[in-house]
Design a protein around this ligand. Structure first.
Ligand code: NAI
Ligand code: HPV
Length: 524
């Protein structure tokens, strides 16, 4: 039974889902990095929110880990590269807390416009400070939305309901979608120049780091309201403090900080400043949504191989997973065989899908074939890490599709080019069994087995008897013997499945047979 660790506080519904699906689950929150490193090796899955930060060191200790599930949206707390290199799927729940977070942004906008937190605090202190607070009406004002994805669009929709004018900057926002949402698409500087209030809804990536900086704050209208319910690193906090102190920015409401938890901060106590402790996603509804969703997704992957909302690998739906399984297995076997028979580095790999299989999602099949190929040199590679590792090593992958397949309903052909040659292997599934139907240009029909001997020989009499004699003398039992040749008396290929491993001495004895050109072992 797979075992999952829930390392951050989340709705108990996650535990219920894991248990109902047959996944063993521990809930241990508040672990230090060292404590997590000590126990992570026991788990197949790790479920987190934003507090736990699975970095390269933690992932390095996670010898059994297959999946990290983020019960929420932002995955900047997870070292995606390390996870990918180690073959760990990273998945999030992209919609479950979006409405809740959009509502928090709108709440922060009102709180900032009317300075509600401070007014409330002082009123409850018995001051009745009515004359100190003259807010800003939001009606007819311009809201600048930076990042108009799920949450940005939900915020825009709500702001339009408040009769605000909404302008948006997002390099991936099309004019058509902008029109549909009802926002005006503008350039970043224009947004800073025109907005009365700005709200941020981008992920924290290189291009968004300090997107609100000193220079851009200098472009804004006096009295600007700034809201950030996305990620801390988006705002230069020092520049914001100066702009608030100078009265240029009238109010700023931050839910997120560059260092969290933010227990001390230069902005705390600054007039016009409002803070919440990363509460954007904290409603019962959102937390239930993300907990259930992350547990379902992780259980699906661990139990069936279905992948949804993964950041670092293609999706496989629950319906596809069982149909793809035998083809993933075939692609892996073909790739593994190719990887073991190739004794020089591959420059490029071409995978051709023929026949009915072209109707399936072939991304996982290509990833499995690549993983199989790379396994000879990198034993820990898997479908998640293989595409990245191949790219890093300059191995070019191309995929092509042919509607018709000769001799079978569907075929997978892997062609590998090295500096000196080009090799191809073709396989199919026949009556539920993976089979090799062509090897290095020679037609054949062979099953895969855990231990195989590959021989390339001249098609001359006496060869089979000689091989039988060598294997007999080595007390190696032959399970199956498959032969193929290009033409009578020409080059032939032979695949022999044997019981048990084949020794170096046996390989040398086969190599010494007259007709033999090349001998190799394949183990699956
Ligand atoms: N405070 C909280 O508790 C929560 C915070 N978040 C944060 O909100 C962020 C946004 O979430 P979603 O809207 O669901 O993500 P999303 O992926 O739907 O939208 C992000 C948008 O940012 C845009 N973008 C990327 N680079 C940009 C750039 N350089 N300039 C402008 N726009 C850029 C993308 O094109 C995309 O449309 C998340 O990445 C997460 O960090 C999400 C949930 C809760
Ligand atoms: O979903 C997100 O991106 C969030 O920032 C929510 O964070 P949390 O799960 O509340 O720690």
């Amino acid at each position: 039974m797979p075992k999952v660790l829930i390392a951050d506080k989340m709705s108990n519904r996650a535990v219920e889902v894991f248990k109902a699906r047959g996944v063993d689950v521990d809930v241990i929150t508040g672990l230090s990095k060292d404590e997590l490193m000590k126990i992570i090796g026991e788990y197949d899955g790790l479920a987190v929110r934003s507090s736990t930060r699975p970095d390269a060191e933690i992932i390095g200790q996670a010898t059994n880990l297959k999946v990290i599930g983020r019960a929420g949206i932002g995955v900047d707390n997870v070292d995606i590269k390390s996870a990918t290199d180690r073959g760990v799927v990273v998945m999030n729940t992209p919609f479950g807390n979006a409405i809740t977070t959009a509502e928090h942004a709108i709440a922060m906008l009102f709180a900032a416009a009317r300075q509600i937190p401070k007014a409330s605090e002082r009123t409850q202190n018995g001051e009745w400070p009515k004359s100190d607070y003259k807010g800003t009406e939001l009606f007819n004002k311009t809201l600048g939305v930076i990042g108009c994805g799920n949450i940005g669009a939900l915020v825009a929709e709500r702001a339009l309901g408040l009769k605000m004018k909404v302008i948006a900057f997002d390099p991936y926002l099309t004019e058509e979608r902008a029109r549909k949402i009802g926002v005006e698409k503008v350039e970043l500087d224009t947004l800073f120049q025109r907005a009365d209030a700005i709200t941020l809804h981008t992920p924290l990536v290189e291009s968004t780091k300090n997107i609100v900086n000193r220079e851009r704050l200098g472009m804004t209208r006096k009295g600007l309201i700034l809201v950030n319910c996305a990620r801390g690193g988006l705002v230069d906090e020092e520049a914001l403090k100066d702009a608030l102190d100078a009265g240029h920015v009238s109010a700023a409401a931050l839910d997120v900080f560059s260092i969290e938890p933010a227990k001390e901060h230069a902005l705390f106590g600054t007039p016009g400043f409002i803070a919440t402790p990363h509460l954007g996603a904290s409603t019962n509804e959102a937390q239930e949504n993300v907990a259930v969703q992350v547990a379902e997704q992780m259980a699906d992957y661990l139990l069936t191989g279905a992948i949804s909302n993964a950041i670092n690998t293609p999706s496989i739906t629950a319906e596809e997973a069982p149909r793809l399984k035998p083809w993933v297995d075939l692609a892996d076997k073909l790739g593994t065989m190719m990887g073991q028979l190739l004794h020089e580095p591959a420059k490029s790999i071409q995978i051709t899908y023929k026949g009915g299989i072209t109707q399936l999602n072939t991304n996982p099949l290509s990833a499995a074939a690549l993983a199989g190929m790379l396994k000879a040199a990198m034993p820990d590679v898997n479908m998640v890490s293989a595409p990245v590792l191949a790219k890093e090593r300059g191995i070019e992958l191309t995929e092509s599709y042919v509607n018709e397949a000769e001799r079978a309903d569907s075929l997978i052909r892997i062609t590998v080019e090295t500096a000196v040659r080009k090799f191809a292997i073709v396989g199919t599934i026949y009556r539920g069994e993976p089979r090799i139907v062509r090897l290095f240009g020679v037609p054949m029909d062979a099953a895969f087995s855990p231990s195989m001997i590959y021989v390339r020989n001249d098609d001359k009499p006496g060869f089979i008897g000689e091989v039988g004699r060598v294997l007999g003398e080595a007390k190696t039992n032959i399970a199956t013997f498959s032969l193929g040749r290009k033409k009578e008396g020409g080059e032939a290929v032979c695949l022999i499945s044997v019981d048990g491993m084949v020794s170096d001495a046996t390989v040398a004895a086969i190599q010494a047979i007259d007709q033999v050109k090349i001998v190799d072992r394949v183990t699956l």
